[in-house]
Design a protein around this ligand. Structure first.
Ligand SMILES: Cc1cc2nc3c(=O)[nH]c(=O)nc-3n(C[C@H](O)[C@H](O)[C@H](O)COP(=O)(O)OP(=O)(O)OC[C@H]3O[C@@H](n4cnc5c(N)ncnc54)[C@H](O)[C@@H]3O)c2cc1C
Length: 397
């Protein structure tokens, strides 16, 4: 018997690698028929880079990612308002990387297959629910639907980890009364384009103009990743779809940025040169009072979807995975580990969800305000330089 992980996203694959490193077998059940390098750019903050480095993936990350040197806040005329060093330039012992999400996922997938075996990740199989006995003594029975044949099957496991993202089936079974996703009223478009490097070549730009904002950073191989955020409605419960795969149109987003002239980055040309554009509503959820039950728990977006403004979604999923593997590998881990994991991570991630909301709400215009906001964010999310640099490793020896 081993641990079953629902979802081969960033969190699920990191959980598999972390369990393996702690001497625990795992299988990953992924609903997509094939894992293709989907998505665009994401950021891995130093606390996540530390964990992946301790899993032996430091060189792979350095090959794929761009080590971010600074965040530059500017207005739509390109005037610099505030900047701060990032990653090692800020004093962390680990870099911050901007990286293509799909390429990161494939790096993790290759490591899982190499270390846990070619069959460790089962694709085209959707977790639909689970049963566990009273007292949780006997493990958990996971219901799995084979998408190709339509056959419903079962898999016994010592524990079940719901790493199945924004529309988690494991979460739905644990929390049947969960409300809808909460929409900020912001619509996001994301894309990448080949473009000349700007500023240091390793700078991330955050440019704001009232209701429209742009975030742009390089993700390697001459690509600039961009995210446009535009307020189109008042905040409220999301009605309709919040998937990661909806195609956006450049004609919908370009009008908001047509007359932006940064000088060091041609925004209209960047948007127009982008191949595939993705469109999403910016959503999150109120933190849950509990995540799991017995031998079943949640991690990453399944547990705590958050606004992307702090660039923390993938990073928090990675830290979740490492803490959970640490606790599951303790004596009596499958039974008592999930509760210890939740005690360690629930309040911490709820603080990140709230800090992202606060950062989004407060915006910030002047240099002093921006310095305060970024500082507050670091404190609220427990990611001060000294805290990360001195915290003990999550690798169980
Ligand atoms: C296709 C895709 C593209 C994305 N693109 C971006 C991006 O460009 N930028 C960005 O910042 N973030 C993106 N994200 C989100 C980002 O990856 C997450 O916010 C973050 O990495 C946390 O990851 P996670 O592992 O918790 O969830 P996710 O990365 O969402 O992974 C969840 C995985 O579970 C699978 N799954 C879902 N339901 C089931 C089920 N019932 N049974 C089995 N498997 C299931 C999904 O197919 C997916 O592979 C994307 C997510 C996806 C799925």
């Amino acid at each position: 018997m081993s641990v079953v992980i629902a979802g081969a996203g960033i969190g699920g694959l990191t959980a598999a690698l972390s369990l393996h490193a702690a001497g625990i077998g795992a299988t990953v059940v992924e609903s997509a028929r094939e894992i293709r390098p989907l998505g665009v750019g994401i950021n891995l903050l130093p606390h996540a880079v530390r964990e992946l480095t301790e899993l032996g993936l430091g060189d792979g990350l350095a090959d794929l990612g761009v080590a971010t040197a600074e965040n530059v806040y500017a207005d739509r005329h390109g005037r610099r308002i505030f900047s701060e060093p990032r990653g090692m330039a800020q004093g962390y012992r680990w870099p911050q990387y901007s990286i293509h999400r799909g390429e990161l996922q494939l790096l993790l997938l290759a490591a899982v297959r190499e270390r846990l075996g070619p069959d460790a990740v089962r694709t085209g199989a959707r977790v639909t629910g689970f049963e566990q006995g009273p007292g949780d003594a006997d493990g958990v029975r996971v219901r799995v639907l084979d998408r190709a044949t339509g056959t419903a099957g079962e898999q016994d496991a010592e524990a079940l980890i719901g790493a199945d993202g924004l529309h988690s089936a494991v979460r739905a079974e644990l929390h049947p009364d969960d409300g809808p996703l909460l929409w900020s009223g912001i619509r996001m478009w994301r894309g990448t384009a080949r473009a000349a490097p700007f500023l240091t070549g390793r700078s991330a730009a955050i440019v704001s103009d009232g209701d429209a904002e742009l975030i742009a950073y390089p993700i390697g191989r001459d690509r600039i990743n961009w995210v446009c955020l535009v307020r189109v409605a008042e905040p409220g419960p999301l009605t309709g779809d919040a998937g990661w795969n909806r195609a956006g149109r450049v004609a919908d987003v370009l009008p908001y940025y047509q007359d932006w002239a940064l000088g060091w980055l041609d925004v209209p040309a960047l948007l127009a040169a982008s191949g595939e554009i993705l469109e999403y509503p910016m959503v999150d959820r109120d933190p849950l009072p509990s995540w799991g039950r017995g031998r079943v728990t949640l991690l990453g977006d399944a547990a705590h979807p958050m606004y992307p403004v702090g660039a923390n979604g993938a990073s928090q999923a990675i830290v979740d995975a490492r803490v959970l593997a640490y606790e599951l590998s303790a004596p009596d881990g499958p039974r008592s580990g999930p509760a210890r994991y939740e005690a360690a991570r629930r309040d911490a991630t709820a603080a990140v969800v709230r800090a992202n909301r606060a950062m989004h709400r407060d915006g910030g215009r002047g240099p002093r305000e921006l310095a305060r906001i970024t500082d507050t964010y670091r404190r609220a999310t427990g990611s001060e330089v000294e805290t990360l640099n001195t915290r003990p490793s999550l690798t169980r020896r």
